[in-house]
Each structure stands twice: as C-alpha cells, then as structure tokens.
Design a protein around this ligand. Structure first.
Ligand code: NAD
Ligand code: AHE
Ligand code: ZN
Length: 369
C-alpha cells in the first residue's frame, strides 16, 4: 500500500515528505495506522548522524499512537480496530530479560531493530523499489507502519491518541525513571538536569513520589515556569554561576541530593549530576543519550564513597504490561500529558517540529496525520 511518510535520506538533512510503499504484515507482525506522533530529542540525535545505530535512508519516529489495520499470521493478542502505542522496548514475556524480573529490556527483536529491519531481516518500507530502513522498531513518521506484535501496547480505545502518543516515550521515560529506576522515596531531594519533555516528566514523577525538594536545572530559563507548575521548588541556570555547578547544588542541599537525573545527553553534565549527589547514598540516573564515542568520567572515589551511577531506558517500564495503566492514569487526571503538548501541527510540517525542539521553543510537538 501507499503511505505518507517523512524520509531521512541522510544525516543532518531535513526530512522529505513522500509517498512510500509499505508491504503488508508478515508472521507475528501488525500493520498500524499512525494517528499522531511526537518528536523526541532522540529522533533529532539519530538524524544528526551521532547515533551509531543510525541508518539512512530510514523512517524515524518512536512516540506514536495508532490503530491496528491488519494483523499478520500468528498474531493472537491484537485485532483490527485496537488502539495501540508502538514500543521501542518490546516485551515478549519469554526471553531471559523478560523472565529475569530485573529489567524492562527485552531481547526478542532488539538485534534486528538496531539494524533497521523486521525480525525476519527484511524491511517493509521502500520507495521506487529502493529499500528504506525501519527505526527503533516503530517508525512512526509514516501514516502506515509495520511493527512486531511484541512491540505494541494495546490501550483503551477511549484515550485521545494525539495526547497518549507521548506515553510512547517522553512522559513514561521520565515518570518511570523516578518510580522504577531510582525508586524515589517521600521526602527525598532531587535534582533534574535538562527540562525537555524527559526532565519535566521526571519532575512530575518526583512530585508524585512526594519528593521534598525538586531542583530544576536548565540553560534555558524559558523552561522554568512549567517546571514550577509541575512541582519544582528551585530553578537554576548553571550559566549564572562561575564555579563548578555540582558545588552549587551540594552547598544548597546540605551535602548533596538523594537523587539526580541527567536528561540532556551531555557527558559533562552527567559528571555534574553524579557529583552533586550526597556522599554515602546519592544515586544519579542517566537518561540522556550521548553521541557515538563519548565517554563518562569521574574520580572513582565518588563511587567508593557511596554515590551510585545508574541508567534508565524507557523508564524501566514494561510496555505491554504497564502502558495501559499509564493511559488509565492519564484519563483519570493523575498524569499530566496535555501541558507537554506545546504545539500541534499537521504531519507535513515535521521539519518545523524539529526546529522548535532544537531551538528550545517546544516541549513536544504532536503531528497529526
Ligand atoms: P529536549 O531537547 O526537549 O530537552 C533537553 C533540555 O536540556 C533542553 O531544555 C535544553 O535547554 C537543556 N540543556 C541542554 N544542554 C544543557 C546543559 N549543558 N545544561 C543544562 N541544560 C541543558 O530533549 P528531550 O526530548 O527531553 O530528551 C532529553 C534527552 O533524553 C535526550 O538525550 C534524549 O535522547 C534522551 N532520551 C532518553 C530516553 C531513555 O529511555 N533513556 C528516552 C527519551 C529521551
Ligand atoms: N542507538 C542508540 C541508543 C540510544 C538509546 O540509548 N536509546 C534509549 C531510548 S531513547 C528514546 O528516546 C534506549 O532505550 N536504549 C536501550 C536500547 O535498547 O536501545 C545508541 O546510541 O547506540
Ligand atoms: Zn524518545
């Protein structure tokens, strides 16, 4: 079938809106009509060329909501008409990772996903006979996409897809990192570096977890008002200080915070985030994605004296099991998504959505097909 899509032809170039060919779903696969998609900084990261798994040409996008159009042979858990959120972290329920009870990382389709193909090693996307790669197992920048059954969370048909699409990445990642990865306790002090959709969702999660102090940090002061609305108690701009920023946070928190979250993808900030944690117990959670070849560093003494470095992917959330509950909590008014959607536009304006994100003018743009 034909589908409107945004093609990433090469690194650093704008996406091209074009009509592509999408092959029907094969064994264990599902054809999904994407209704709405967000644009996450990770899409921009891959388009920049810094992602070692970034392949071109490809159909990017991983923060979508859609409707099942057709299921391939062997698909038992989904039917046409079901509303779904595509998952870049699958949940097969059977692999070593899923059975471990220790992680949300699933190995079922991850290897082929990273190679830009479906689990059988081939692509469902092409244009004029030329193959296009899939991306993160989701490729939501196409009106029609093909996704493995294990990479789809079935959600309530009543939920507005142009809002809950943000549970496909940004909002879930931030809240999940607080609840599942850090397990922030009531009364904790928290520092959040980077106030995009991820960092702001960490603030929302920290407020839910009843943190006593939430320090919001960004170079862009335009982000502070929404951070305060979500529960930030202090808003700091590192460029206002002429000493190592970790010292600023340590001094204002009687020795450091209980938990910090890096939501930028800067290895320098990752160091600050670790070193502003309290001696003996402070934990720093890396969420931001750093470019190929970059490495983190600190004095090992920081860890010897009890600080802990952790990472979090998709907030440690098992998508098929847990996302339907996130959607319900949104519907009940317990999770704020609406205020994260600062811009909505038609899919064809996707390059403007990337510009807004780069220039710090949006939290999330939702594109409607
Ligand atoms: P975003 O661009 O909307 O937000 C990043 C924020 O960081 C901006 O407000 C920017 O002003 C701020 N910033 C940049 N440099 C800074 C610095 N040196 N000090 C302080 N603030 C600074 O991005 P986003 O969509 O919220 O994504 C944030 C990061 O999280 C990205 O690296 C993205 O790839 C990553 N991410 C990871 C996961 C995961 O599962 N681990 C999921 C989603 C996104
Ligand atoms: N291909 C990238 C990996 C980037 C990365 O860490 N991705 C996050 C999700 S970002 C969503 O916006 C993640 O979940 N990682 C775990 C995984 O299995 O990919 C690179 O840098 O190599
Ligand atoms: Zn994302």
């Amino acid at each position: 079938m034909k589908s409107r899509a945004a093609i990433a032809w090469e690194a650093g170039k704008p996406l091209e809106i074009a009509e592509i060919d999408v092959e029907g779903p094969k064994q264990g696969e599902v054809l999904v009509r994407i209704v709405a998609t967000g644009v996450c900084h990770t899409d921009a990261y891959t388009l920049s060329g810094k992602d070692p798994e970034g392949l071109f040409p490809s159909i990017l996008g991983h923060e979508g909501g859609g409707v099942v159009e057709e299921v391939g042979p062997g698909v038992t858990s989904l039917s046409p008409g079901d509303h779904v959120i595509p998952l870049y972290t699958a949940e097969c329920g059977k692999c070593k990772f899923c059975l471990s009870g220790k992680t949300n990382l699933c190995s079922a389709v991850r290897a082929t996903q990273g190679k830009g193909v479906m689990p059988d090693g081939t692509s469902r996307f092409s244009i004029d006979g030329k193959k296009l790669h899939h991306y993160m197992g989701t490729s939501t920048f196409s009106e029609y996409t093909v996704v493995p059954e294990v990479s789809l969370a079935k959600i309530s048909n009543k939920a507005p897809l142009d809002k809950v699409c943000l549970l496909g990445c940004g909002v879930t990642t931030g809240i999940g990192a607080v609840m599942n990865t850090a397990k922030v306790e009531p009364g904790s002090t928290v520092a959040v570096f980077g106030l995009g959709a991820i960092g702001l969702s960490v603030i929302q999660g920290a407020q839910m977890a009843r943190a006593s102090r939430i320090i919001a940090i960004d170079l862009n002061p335009d982000k502070f008002e929404f951070a305060r609305q979500l529960g930030a108690t202090d808003c700091l701009n590192p460029s206002d200080y002429d000493r190592p920023f970790q010292e600023v946070v340590v001094d204002m928190t009687d020795g450091g915070v209980d938990y910090s979250f890096e939501c930028i993808g800067s290895v320098n900030v990752m160091r600050q985030a670790l070193e502003c944690c309290h001696k003996g117990w402070g934990e720093s959670i890396i969420i931001g994605v750093a470019g190929a070849g970059e490495e983190i560093s600190t004095r090992p003494f920081q860890l010897v004296t009890g600080r802990v470095w952790k990472g979090s992917a998709f907030g440690g959330v098992k998508g098929r099991t847990e996302l339907p509950g996130y959607v319900e909590r949104y519907m009940q008014g317990d999770i704020n998504i609406d205020d994260f959607v600062t811009h909505t536009m038609k899919f064809e304006d996707i390059n403007e959505a990337f510009r807004l994100l780069h220039d710090g003018e949006s939290i999330r743009t939702v594109l409607n097909f």
